[in-house]
Design a binder for this molecule. Sequence first.
Ligand code: FAD
Length: 425
Amino acid sequence: METVVVLLNRDLRVHDHPALAAACAGARRVVPLFVVDPAMPPGHRTAFLAESLADLRRSLRERGGELAIRWGDPVAETMRLAGEVSAQAVHVSDDVSALARRRQRRLAGECERNRMEFLTFPGVTIVPPGALKPSGGGDHYRVFTPYWRAWSEHTRRRVLEAPRAVPFPEKLEAGSLPVSRRGPHGLFRGGETVARERMRSWLKHCVEDYAEGHDDLAGNRTSKLGPYLRFGCLSPLELESLSVNGEEFVRQLCWRDFFHQVTLAFPRINRDDYRARGQEWVDDPDAAQAWKEGRTGVPIVDAGMRQLLAEGWMHNRARMLTASFLVRRLRVDWRAGAEHFFLLLLDGDVPNNYGNWQWVAGTGNDTRPNRIVNPVRQAKRFDPEGEYIRRYLPELDTVPMKMIYEPWRMPRGIRGYPAPLVSMD
Ligand code: FAD
């Protein structure tokens, strides 16, 4: 084949990239392309994306290639560029959200109209969504444990090397990268290079401690690879293949695949209840706002919410208990909370964010939909020294732990800290 355009999206890497590898193996010229949405709001993820694109451009240049950047509608820009370089084919990594599927359908239609090939490849998940079907019938797994069993036994494709050379057409304009307006998320710099360093160090020093340490709020002993998986700076398959002695960690990667296959089957996961159970939500914009700002008067909840505001990040245990507080205690609709997380989280993506929110709200894949998480007990168990709480709520620095755990006992007006919005019994 003469020329292939590889439209990139959540696969910003050169290692283990089936769509790119196939193009490099089979075509004389390869155009890796990213189309920036000009309406992209500035925020934590925008800076991370800009850094990831700059890093990918460097890696492609090292291989004699280039990353073409265009701005606008991804389908229109891809077809324009494909026409310009007389491409015979467009490659993409298959993705699952409603938006991604719509884009893929439109691209397939345009390619057909223009007599180009349109090919999708794996790479966003470990096991392709849709590859596993429950033996009892149905198009996807609704419950995690049987999925985990089938997933663990499923044959993996081979992890691919990065292409040695990426032959980019001469004289094709590269296009300008988005500018990285860096937020205060010092913890995370975007890009495959940082991702691979972090992965190596995690696998060498920390993964064995994961089963014991992952719930330690103050210790923050999880991989923090989420944003890199979100943007595809890392291949989840490569990460899994290297995770020896990390079964509990691999199980988390399986949760990620699980929610991807749920989303493929139920693309309205970000809007509709997966399992409507007749919950009645309370319309309380003031309570929802206090929750977003970390002013509920329940320190462990407020610490989590302030971490999210400051860093675009929150520990999984804190995500669980802040989400549960919103839907179970304040009885605010899960959609309001999920949207806020989605907007701010560096790793915010449709399958994991909305899948987990529905799980917490009891409208999703949870087999115990009435589970209630008690934030006070969670704080005592997972932040026993109050270190996490004090890190994000410095106004409580001098307040004794007993009161921090039982905020209704706190004297009012400690450096403006509010009284609890709801009782905690
Ligand atoms: P680690 O604990 O080191 O886990 C490794 C990887 O496994 C993660 O990076 C992630 O890709 C995957 N993983 C771990 N836990 C889960 C899980 N419960 N569901 C799916 N995948 C998981 N994760 C996201 O990637 N994006 C989101 O938008 C998101 N929103 C969430 C919202 C709520 C309400 C809750 C309770 C959880 C959410 N999670 C989300 C899942 C989880 O909190 C994060 O994946 C994890 O905290 C990321 O930190 P880490 O990379 O250090 O994870």
